[in-house]
Design a protein around this ligand. Structure first.
Ligand code: CP
Length: 326
């Protein structure tokens, strides 16, 4: 167990070593057990977390805010539009000032080419730990919850389990690519063979792909690409299929939206799920475009674990907050 997380930032998935992630998971399960038993666990009594949002949220806001209260502290929801950021407050000033008011600063900023830089700039100037609630590159807390959920369903030893990370069609908006990128970085460290499937225009960032390949080599697991859901899903243990935008291919949102329309057939339905193992689990971070990205029959079906996955956001985040902010 690694216990040296106090004061640390968590911005990219690989900021914490594999051993440190194992510590987070241990603590997360302990906190989950305590909550189930109604045992108080005020590890952050009188501590405060600034939760600065530049983008909407259902789960992230709710789970960080509830988590801080359950740990005996307070999460302050700060919508960026209600601040003076538009009138000149810089990332440096947010880091300097909020780092003095708060015991932690959590930020969600998913603007392409801007969000990750912003969060790092806040971190460089903050005396308190900075937590990434999602940027355009990473969604590390989502992936902690995903890992926790996969281990609960498939066992702690994930070696030789096949995980499919697949693009899916969505009509609502060009979703960030942070979830698939964080998945391909984190999952190989825990022994899963990853297959990444997407149409040609939906490549992930080349640096992230190189890092994911390096992690897969280091941990002796498979990392393969597929060009269709059907090819990827065969004999899979975990299906994680969600949409993301074509930002690497084109920064133009209108062109990106036109490209997405070509791939309406990339929906997760029962026919495709039947290609995976009978006990394969279906995962999605939500929100999902129902009957566009995934059918109701799959997302509400017996193999779907989306609500356990959403719940585990709470436990995993509480673990990181307790370890970094205490
Ligand atoms: N999965 C996730 O991050 O959900 P929200 O966008 O609702 O926070």
């Amino acid at each position: 167990m690694q216990t040296t997380l106090r004061g640390r930032d968590f911005i990219g998935d690989l900021d914490f070593s594999k051993e440190e992630i194992e510590t987070v998971l241990d603590v997360a399960w302990d906190l989950k057990r305590k909550r189930a038993l109604g045992e108080p666990h005020p590890y952050l009594r009188d501590k405060t977390l600034a939760m600065l949002f530049f983008f909407s949220s259902t789960r992230t806001r709710g789970s960080f805010e509830a988590g801080m209260a359950q740990l005996g502290g307070h999460g302050a929801f700060i919508e960026s539009k209600t601040t003076q950021i538009a009138h000149g407050d810089t990332a440096k000033e947010i880091g300097e000032i909020y780092g003095r008011y708060f015991d932690g600063i959590a930020v969600r900023h998913v603007d392409w080419g801007i969000g990750n830089r912003y969060i790092n700039d806040v971190a460089q100037n903050s005396r308190s730990p900075v937590l990434n609630m999602q940027c355009e590159i990473y969604h590390p807390f989502q992936i902690l919850a995903d890992l926790m959920t996969i281990m609960e369903k498939k066992g702690r030893d994930l070696r030789r389990k096949k995980m499919v990370v697949s693009w899916a069609y969505a009509a609502s908006y060009q979703k960030p690519m942070s979830v698939p990128q964080s998945l391909i970085l984190q999952m190989p460290r825990f022994g899963m063979d990853v297959v990444l499937a997407h149409p040609p225009e939906f490549k992930l960032m080349p640096d992230i792909m190189a890092q994911a390949r390096a992690e897969a080599r280091r941990f002796g697991v498979g990392f393969e690409l597929a060009d269709s859901m059907q090819a990827a899903f065969k004999d899979a243990d975990v299906i994680y299929a969600k949409s993301w935008g074509a930002m690497v291919h084109t920064p133009d949102p209108e062109e990106g939206a036109k490209i997405i329309k070509k791939y309406e057939s990339w929906i997760t339905d029962e026919r495709k799920m039947a290609l995976a193992k009978p006990d394969a689990i279906y995962m999605h971070p939500l929100p999902a475009d129902r009957n566009i990205e995934v059918t109701d029959a799959v997302i509400d079906g017996p193999n779907s674990v989306v609500y356990d996955e959403a719940e585990n956001r709470l436990h995993a985040q509480k673990a990181v907050m307790a370890l970094t902010m205490s």
